[in-house]
Design a protein around this ligand. Structure first.
Ligand SMILES: NC(=O)c1ccc[n+]([C@@H]2O[C@H](COP(=O)([O-])OP(=O)(O)OC[C@H]3O[C@@H](n4cnc5c(N)ncnc54)[C@H](O)[C@@H]3O)[C@@H](O)[C@H]2O)c1
Ligand SMILES: [Zn+2]
Ligand SMILES: [Zn+2]
Length: 361
């Protein structure tokens, strides 16, 4: 018998989200139903609403969530009813060519629930990033559930499920920031500030935050930024060269996902430095760069899907660092809200008033 719960749905391109009754099926083989305790509002949810990801409306939004396993299907062994979990969108298959090469972070066949959640009239929903957690319950593949220490409160721990992991991982996994290196992070939202926190954890000694908003730059300092640049007033590339002896940074991270920002990151890096794109561009965006500059500067240009994380390895590690007081997950939570407030939260995010609004159920 399906569960009947409330969820936040984007019905058509650009239209405000609505609260709908969602039917969540009992878990089938390999699946789990999770009682959602908290779910953060990520810019990617807004990308979905705006048609920036694909056109598979209606979307059940929400994907940065923590909760408790309510039911499991046949054959599920990694979690049991009552387990406290953070949901992930990288349940690796173990069998594709990336997994077999020992690179499961690039898994080409990650698992999602096989069954569909639906609206009351039977219309199938597309859950954001295969999760759909702005709902009282959601259906996922059991591999999408990562058990963590229940001492970490859900509003904070849930953020590891997407934006915070993406940002931290962009610095420590994709960018492979080393002790003593210099790092510039463009865009100081939840993802960018997590990249700053990650760079600090990795031992970077110069961490330059770049944003258009002075408020965001102030917040970035709390996460470890040693310098700030407001790129609406100052040439970011020149400013970054100015604090790195004229050379540029070892690692430049684009946490906006805009060609202009990528270009700044590209030119703000030292010779043989790394550029990491973790912000998500829309399908219409294009980047034009002189080929000789790509060749001549050496180094690496990498994109960072989900911070190249492995949830089973990285979520418990970051929760442990949080519980030890070495990684301030709580600082990402600007406000806690209800399911009805997601549209207003998009507005606040758009205006740059929050780092993360977190729906608490
Ligand atoms: N790669 C991944 O796996 C992954 C995961 C989660 C989110 N994301 C993406 O990361 C990006 C950031 O997400 P977020 O939740 O932090 O968003 P956000 O809206 O909270 O933050 C974006 C920040 O960028 C700043 N900004 C905008 N334009 C700028 C510019 N031209 N120069 C400098 N700063 C600028 C804004 O002021 C804001 O502080 C989004 O594109 C999101 O979709 C990627
Ligand atoms: Zn795989
Ligand atoms: Zn996200």
């Amino acid at each position: 018998m399906a569960y009947e719960v409330r969820g936040v749905v984007a019905r058509s391109k650009g239209a405000p989200v609505t609260i709908e009754t969602i039917l969540v099926p009992d878990p089938g083989p390999g699946e789990a139903v999770v009682d959602i305790a908290a779910c953060g509002v990520c810019h990617t949810d807004l990308h979905y609403r705006e048609g920036g990801i694909n056109d598979d409306y209606p979307f059940l939004l929400g994907h940065e969530a923590a909760g408790t396993v309510a039911a499991v299907g046949e054959g599920v062994t990694n979690v049991a009813v009552g387990d406290y979990v953070v949901l992930n969108w990288r349940a690796v298959c173990g069998q594709c060519r990336a997994c077999l090469k020992g690179e499961p972070k690039y898994c080409f066949d990650t698992h999602n629930a096989a069954q569909k959640m639906t609206l009351a009239d039977g219309t199938e929903l597309s859950p954001a990033l295969g999760i759909g957690a702005f709902a009282e319950k959601t259906l996922v593949h059991s591999g999408q559930c990562t058990k963590v220490d229940p001492a970490a409160p859900p509003a904070s721990a849930g953020l590891l499920g997407c934006g915070v992991m993406a940002g931290v991982g962009a610095a420590i996994n994709t960018g492979a920031v080393q002790r003593g290196e210099s790092v510039a992070v463009f865009g100081c939202g939840g993802v960018g500030d997590a990249a700053i926190a990650g760079a600090k954890l990795a031992g970077a000694t110069t961490i330059i935050a770049v944003d258009l908003s002075d408020t965001k730059l102030e917040w970035a300092k709390k996460f470890g930024a040693t310098h700030t640049v407001n790129s609406s007033e100052t040439d970011a590339v020149e400013a970054i060269k100015g604090v790195t002896g004229g050379f540029g940074v070892d690692v430049a991270i684009d946490a906006v996902g805009h060609p202009k920002v990528f270009e700044q990151a590209f030119y703000a890096r030292d010779l043989a430095g790394r550029v990491v794109m973790v912000g998500v561009p829309t399908p219409d965006m294009e980047i034009t760069l002189p080929a000789i500059e790509i060749f001549g500067r050496g180094g690496a240009i990498k994109s960072s899907w989900y911070g190249d994380c492995l949830p089973s390895r990285d979520f418990p590690m970051l929760v442990d660092l949080y519980l030890q007081g070495r990684f301030d997950l709580d600082a990402f939570v600007s406000e806690t809200i209800g399911l009805d407030d997601v549209e207003a939260a998009f507005e606040k995010m758009h205006k740059g008033e929050v780092l993360r609004s977190v729906v608490v159920l």
